[in-house]
Design a protein around this ligand. Structure first.
Ligand code: AMP
Length: 347
């Protein structure tokens, strides 16, 4: 925690994360369920600064309240994955695990504690404290010797009650339905104590030691613990600085430029409409508005480094087609408008 005493001798703690505050906002404003919220803002943690780990950093988070289905877990996990993909971060791995619920956890904790107790003197000092306070957190230890000792430790995912096991299977099915790649990491328990059932993390190898881009999980008990009714909830928080580091480390192929060429001013309006349509489909498109002459427009396309020219003449406009000129090979062919978009998007 980033805690200090201010000039009025008050102990001040800067917020370390968003989820509890969002949960309180839900309750204080009596928001109707189900309810989906997001936040973006600075967070503060007093840890040793290094690359990708700062005392002030920005988090972008989403929270869903009032929905219990494992499909919601899958949707939330997929949302983060797609967000990173949209930034061009292609090596982001979604790791998932289940940490069980209040039904199955006590028996699992007993089992884990017994395993840890047998090896007590070989674990580090912090792990010995964790064993007493929250044995699951031992899995978070960065010491290689502790990790080696955990090789045969019982895992939460193998000790779930039938309802939690069914939920975890449902999350995996949901991810498969969405074609979201994932791996099960049965050592990933997340640093916070409030999670139940699904825990997940987005990991990228490209950003060094601080390899977690974001993470989240279910916290089905928080609303109730804060004085509300039973309310299932799930969310994640992503670190903006790490997302920027990862995006910079993953080169994105430059989007190729497409130039729209109007054979005469009569085709200019159709060209402008086509330009808008191409851009809406994510195609990087331009037009030379100043030049009436076709040759000049081609020269502009060349100067700008256009990969293709889309040519509109009287015939093309009448037929609803375009001529597509490959600027590398010089090859030109006529296409229907629908074909053009799918060709350019695929290229
Ligand atoms: P957490 O819930 O603690 O796993 O935090 C979620 C995400 O916030 C992490 O995956 C990081 O991307 C980001 N984050 C957490 N702590 C820091 C920090 N000290 N500096 C920069 N980013 C952080």
């Amino acid at each position: 925690m980033y805690t200090f005493t201010d000039r009025g001798d008050r102990s001040i703690t800067l917020r370390p994360e968003g989820t509890p505050g969002v949960t309180r906002a839900l309750l204080e404003n009596a928001l109707r369920l189900p309810c989906r919220l997001y936040y973006v803002g600075p967070m503060f943690r007093y840890n040793r600064p290094q690359k990708g780990r700062y005392r002030e950093f920005y988090q972008l988070g989403v929270e869903s309240f009032g929905e219990a289905s494992p499909q919601v877990d899958a949707e939330v996990i997929a949302l983060g994955h797609e967000f990173f993909a949209s930034l061009g971060i292609t090596d982001c791995e979604s790791q998932i695990n289940s940490v069980g619920c209040r039904e199955c956890r006590p028996a699992y904790y007993q089992k884990l504690k017994a395993y840890l107790a047998e090896r007590q003197d070989r674990f580090c000092k912090d792990c010995r404290v964790r064993t007493e306070q929250n044995p699951l957190r031992v899995f978070d230890c960065k010491e290689a010797s502790c990790q080696a000792l955990l090789a045969d430790a019982p895992r939460s995912k193998d000790n779930l009650c039938p309802a939690c096991a069914e939920h975890f299977a449902g999350v995996q099915d949901g991810l498969k339905l969405r074609a979201t790649p994932f791996v099960i990491n049965d050592r990933m328990v997340r640093g916070l104590d409030y999670y139940s059932r699904t825990a997940f993390e987005y990991v990228s190898r490209s950003i060094g030691a601080q390899d977690s881009l974001g993470g989240g999980g279910r916290y089905d008990y928080m609303v109730e613990d804060f004085g509300g009714g039973p309310t299932p909830a799930i969310g994640f928080a992503l670190g903006e600085e790490r997302a920027l580091l990862a995006a910079a480390a993953t080169p994105v192929p430059e989007r190729q430029l497409v130039f729209v060429v109007a054979l005469s001013e009569n085709e200019r309006p159709a060209g402008i409409a086509l330009l808008k349509e191409l851009r809406e489909q994510g195609v990087n498109a331009r037009m030379d508005y100043d030049s009436r002459k076709v040759q000049k427009q081609f020269r502009s396309a060349d100067t700008a480094g256009a990969r293709f020219c889309v040519i509109l003449g009287e015939d093309e406009v009448a037929k609803g087609t375009v001529s597509l000129k490959d600027m590398k090979s010089g090859e030109q062919k006529e296409l229907r408008r629908g074909e053009l978009i799918s060709k350019l998007v695929a290229d």
